[in-house]
Design a binder for this molecule. Structure first.
Ligand code: P6P
Length: 335
């Protein structure tokens, strides 16, 4: 039974970067505290009359669920007081949130989806918090600007997610591999359960919403047909699994291998998923675990967002499966 806590893991197993001031550990500690608080509410949602929608439509054009709002409030309150941040960007907030000068501030920037997959809350399916940690140039002064925040995923200091499922798991990377921790509710601690996660070179599962077939362009259809056919690299069919919660579909892909796809379509030419709070953090994890993530043509981590809520097509998972997608898209690339 593992007894390695997150703090111990960071202190003993992660090479401390030269600029580590302990602020990062404090940031992660408050992120974990927020996750525990959200987990407690998610686990009892049906009993607390916090299921269902709020009647509000967010900046994404999505119906805000009560639990979206709760998770966002928990994170905003806790993280504004963690003493390490200068700004936060949330999927639920249209604008960048700068940390008030009444609180101690730092150079880190936190971007998050407070509760990904929330359309699944009412039917008790896995959901999760996805986070990305950036940093403004040390020594920068004055109010942090949006331009300082709009960084490509290669600049991430750390990224991860908290998955609220049969067990609550924290999976994150600081650039030294991907590590998974499982919450022991008895002691209220996340304990190391999945050290150094590596994604298989090739998997046997593809994950996509095939209901959108008629909206896809030719390369997207060819990608799905490739994994559906027996003429793939395995000479046998893949299985199709699609939960409808990105964080759950990604977690399975990370552990079992395979590929998750959210292609662009005629209604969403840039795809549905958000670059900064979904694509970039998960791409960071995928690459740290030996996998890949592209938008069809470009490495997700090299995409520079042009706005806080920039969207991106996403093909992410086992390196060889993602390479198959890249080959198909390259064959369609306009000269
Ligand atoms: P669709 C949830 O709203 C989400 O952002 C991801 O968690 C999920 O993978 C995707 O949308 C599901 O989208 O269009 O298949 O319902």
């Amino acid at each position: 039974m593992s007894e390695v806590t997150v703090t111990e893991h960071l202190l003993l197993h992660q090479k401390r970067s030269p600029h580590a001031t302990g602020q990062f550990t404090g940031l992660l500690h408050d992120l974990i505290l927020s996750g525990k608080s959200i987990s407690r509410r998610v686990n009892k949602a049906g009993l607390l009359d916090i299921l269902g929608g709020t009647g509000v439509v967010n900046v994404q054009g999505e119906n805000v669920q009560k639990m979206d709002e709760i998770a966002n409030t928990v994170l905003m309150y806790r993280m504004e007081r963690c003493g390490a941040l200068c700004a936060m960007g949330s999927e639920e907030n249209a604008e960048l949130v700068r940390v008030s000068p009444e609180f101690p501030r730092g150079d880190y920037i936190l971007i998050f989806d407070p509760l990904d997959g929330s359309s699944n809350i009412d039917v008790n399916i896995n959901i999760g918090t996805i986070f990305s940690i950036l940093r403004r140039q040390p020594g920068s002064t004055g109010e942090v600007t949006l331009e300082e925040v709009l960084q490509p995923g290669t600049q991430q200091v750390a990224a991860g997610y908290i998955l609220y499922g049969p067990s609550t798991m924290l999976v994150f990377s600081t650039g030294q591999g991907v590590h998974g921790f499982t919450l022991d509710p008895g002691v209220g601690e996340f304990l190391l359960s999945h050290p150094d996660i590596r994604i298989p070179e090739r998997g046997k599962i593809y994950s996509v919403n095939e209901g959108y077939w008629e909206y896809w362009d030719t390369p997207a259809r060819e990608c799905v047909s490739h994994f559906r056919s027996t003429k793939n690299a395995w000479g046998q069919s893949y299985s199709l699994r699609y939960v409808g919660s990105l964080v759950a579909d990604f977690h399975r892909t990370l552990l079992y291998g395979g590929i998750y796809m959210y292609p662009p379509d005629i209604r969403k030419p840039e795809g549905k998923l958000r670059l900064m709070c979904e694509g970039a953090p998960l791409a960071f994890l995928a690459e740290q675990a030996g996998g890949k993530a592209i938008d069809g043509y470009t490495r997700i981590l090299e995409r520079k967002p042009d706005q806080l809520h920039a969207r991106v097509p996403l093909f992410i998972g086992s390196a060889q499966d993602v390479d198959d997608v890249a080959r198909i898209y390259a064959a369609h690339k306009k000269p």
